[in-house]
Structure formats: structure tokens, C-alpha cells
Design a protein around this ligand. Structure first.
Ligand SMILES: *Cc1c(COP(=O)(O)O)cnc(C)c1O
Length: 371
């Protein structure tokens, strides 16, 4: 994990937006990159907010001594919720999308004798979190009443676009117009949110008119493609994560040898096989079999046969100079000749985000400055 790449990418994103604030989204253990290391690096490089889905991730950041503002947006609101009390007690901003959630958060804040900082979420079409347009007036009215009682302060109003990964889609323009209406309604109700935020990576790069007061960066900060046909390299973004493993065995097999379970691959001539000690328990997708994505001995070689739970084989060719102990680069920076996580994603009919997020916790993370 190249921390310099995260810092570099944050710098690029900072330059591309005129919005006052940049949130580094570090949910999911920072997309598998490591929560604390990523958060600290992003803050040092110019991000000034952190975003997590779960309260537990926000609390882990606080426990590690990180004092930057944090927004968490996914939780079960229950009055007995110890995590919510800890979050409110530790200045974690909470996203809200319903009067029922508001009641719980306001009640917990009152009980603590504190004010909870909240961000109201509009459902502008994703049908995920947030209040639908027709339910918005009731939410802002309830939020204003709670503000007057001193239990909450509405710091933000935000939405996440259904077509976030298709910047040019006309539905985005309509959703943002709806968002602006909802913001006006919030002000009309007496609220004074200082943070309006809408854009995630693809729209940070492609739709400056969606930036408002803050942008929320995930994929682009990690140097991955945020949308189809958007190459991170075109924006000067570098992938931070590489996955490597040693070749643990090299063996010669004759023509006609079945390889891995059910002999899904059979050698057509004598081959050298390399054994890589990573498998689907480590997050290597089974669908990668047959793709030439592994860089070893200076070239790309195919995964041969079924991926097993802890190991898979690569086809090193009819002749090979690869020796036991040599490093295989599974994915990483294309500038270093590696397949990218996005290449892996394309090979399994998915996207790089699924590949990096599945890399298992049991893989040791090594943090470097530079490749
Ligand atoms: C994950 C997420 C983001 C970041 O999206 P990227 O496309 O990775 O930049 C931003 N906002 C919300 C609400 C998210 O859930």
C-alpha cells in the first residue's frame, strides 16, 4: 500500500475542486487499504473530512486519536444504541433520513446533555438512505424543532446520486435541481446548513457544478477508475494498492496434464507451472481463471485452472526463468507493467472496486512511501 499515492491523489482532487471541503471516504477499511493509515495520509494531504458508512469505523478513527470531522451514514437507530451514544459523545456527525432516526439521535444527544451535529440526506433517486422529496418538508420541520430544543444542529444537507458513476447522465442534472430545491426548503424552515454535498469521485472529476461546499472522494483517492471509460491515469491519479505473493513452487508438467480441480485446464504442450499461495479465501476471484493478469519474471502470465481456496497456479510457459521465491505481482500500478485492479474487475465482468474490497483481512498490509 503506497501511502504516497493516496497523498498524491488527494492533492490532485484538491486541485480539481473549488469546494471548500474534501471528504476522504474511508468506509470498508478504506476500501481494503487500511482505515487509520489511509485516514491519516488523506488528512495530511489536504482532506479535511472523513466519511464512513458504519459508526464502528468512525469510532475506531476517534479511538486512534483522529480529531478531524467525521460523518457516518449507516446505522440502526435504537435508543439503546451504545455506539450511537459513543458517536454523539465523540463529535461524530450523523446522517439522518427520517424523523424516526432524528428522534433517536436527538434523544441520545439530550440524554448526554450535548448537541448532535447532523446532515440531512435527501433521497434524490437512489432509493437507498435519505428522505424522499415528498417526505422532506416533514424532516426539515422536525429537524428545526430539534434544533430549537438544543439537541441537534443541522450542519449539512446532502444526497448521493443514483447515476453517480455515469456523470453525463441527464438524471444527475434533474437530481441536483431537486437537491437545490430541498436545500432552499431547509433554509425556508429556518435551518442554516453550511455543508451541501453531492459529488463522489466520478462527478468530482467530471461535473464541477455538482461540487457545492464539499465533495466526497473514494475510488479516485485510491487511484481507481470511478466510472467506465474514465482512466485514472488521464487525471494523473495513481493506484495505491498492489497485491504481491511469492511463487512458492515451480514444476514441470508434460503435455496433456490436467490442472486444478476437475481439470478445467489441460496443458497442450509441456509447461512450467508456478504455485501462488493466494486463493478465494484471500479474495482472489474464481472468475480470474484464464486471464493473463499476473506479472512474474517480467511478463504477464495466465492463471491456469480453477482458483482454489488458498492457492492457484499460473502458466509460466514452455520454458521459464522464474524461480521459487520470485515475486508475483497480481495487480498494482499499470505504470509498473502490472494489471490494474480495474483490469481484474473487467476480467470478471465487474469493476476494480469489487476486487480491492474483497482482498481479505488475512493478507498482511505493508505500507510504503513510493512503489
Ligand atoms: C462510497 C460513497 C462515496 C464515495 O464514492 P466513490 O465513487 O468511491 O468516490 C461517496 N458518498 C457516499 C454516500 C458513499 O457511500
Amino acid at each position: 500500500m503506497d501511502l504516497d499515492a493516496i497523498g498524491h491523489n488527494v492533492g490532485i482532487l484538491r486541485e480539481r475542486t473549488r469546494s471548500a471541503h474534501l471528504m476522504a471516504v474511508v468506509k470498508g477499511n478504506a476500501y481494503g487499504h487500511g482505515l487509520l493509515e489511509t485516514a491519516r495520509t488523506a488528512l495530511a494531504a489536504g482532506a479535511d473530512w472523513l466519511g464512513t458508512a458504519q459508526l464502528s469505523e468512525a469510532l475506531a478513527l476517534r479511538r486512534a486519536g483522529i480529531t478531524a470531522p467525521i460523518l457516518a451514514w449507516l446505522y440502526l437507530a435504537t435508543t439503546s444504541g451504545g455506539a450511537m451514544a459513543e458517536a454523539v459523545g465523540n463529535d461524530v456527525d450523523i446522517s439522518l433520513g427520517s424523523p424516526a432516526q432524528l428522534e433517536v439521535v436527538a434523544g441520545i444527544a439530550s440524554g448526554l446533555g450535548r448537541t448532535a451535529f447532523i446532515h440531512l440526506e435527501l433521497d434524490s433517486g437512489l432509493s437507498r438512505g435519505g428522505a424522499r422529496r415528498e417526505d422532506w418538508p416533514a424532516l426539515v420541520a422536525a429537524a428545526r424543532a430539534a434544533e430549537l430544543s438544543g439537541s441537534v444542529t443541522v450542519r449539512g444537507v446532502w444526497t448521493h446520486l443514483a447515476w453517480a458513476d455515469v456523470p453525463a447522465h441527464p438524471a444527475n442534472t434533474a437530481a441536483v435541481a431537486e437537491f437545490e430545491e430541498a436545500v432552499r426548503e431547509a433554509f425556508d424552515a429556518g435551518l442554516a446548513p453550511t455543508l451541501r454535498h453531492v459529488a463522489s469521485s466520478a462527478n468530482i472529476l467530471a461535473r464541477p457544478e455538482f461540487h457545492f461546499d464539499m465533495v466526497r472522494a473514494g475510488l479516485a483517492m485510491y487511484g481507481l477508475s470511478p466510472a467506465e471509460h474514465m482512466d485514472p491515469a488521464d487525471y494523473g491519479l495513481r493506484p495505491a494498492l498492489s497485491v504481491t505473493a511469492p511463487v512458492v513452487l515451480v514444476k514441470h508438467v508434460p503435455a496433456g496434464t490436467g490442472v486444478s480441480y476437475e481439470h478445467r485446464a489441460i496443458t497442450h504442450e509441456s509447461r512450467y507451472l508456478g504455485l501462488i499461495p493466494l486463493g478465494y479465501a484471500d479474495g482472489i476471484p474464481k472468475g480470474i481463471s484464464g486471464s493473463s493478469v499476473v506479472m512474474v519474471g517480467g511478463q504477464r502470465v495466465p492463471v491456469i485452472g480453477k482458483v482454489c481456496m488458498d492457492q492457484f497456479m499460473v502458466d509460466l510457459g514452455h520454458e521459464t526463468s522464474v524461480r521459487v521465491g520470485e515475486t508475483a505481482l497480481l495487480f498494482g500500478d499499470p505504470a509498473a507493467g502490472a494489471a490494474s485492479a480495474d483490469d481484474w474487475g473487467a476480467a470478471i465482468n465487474s469493476h476494480g472496486d469489487e476486487v480491492i474490497n474483497r482482498i481479505a483481512p488475512r493478507l498482511q498490509r505493508v505500507y510504503t512511501h513510493g512503489r
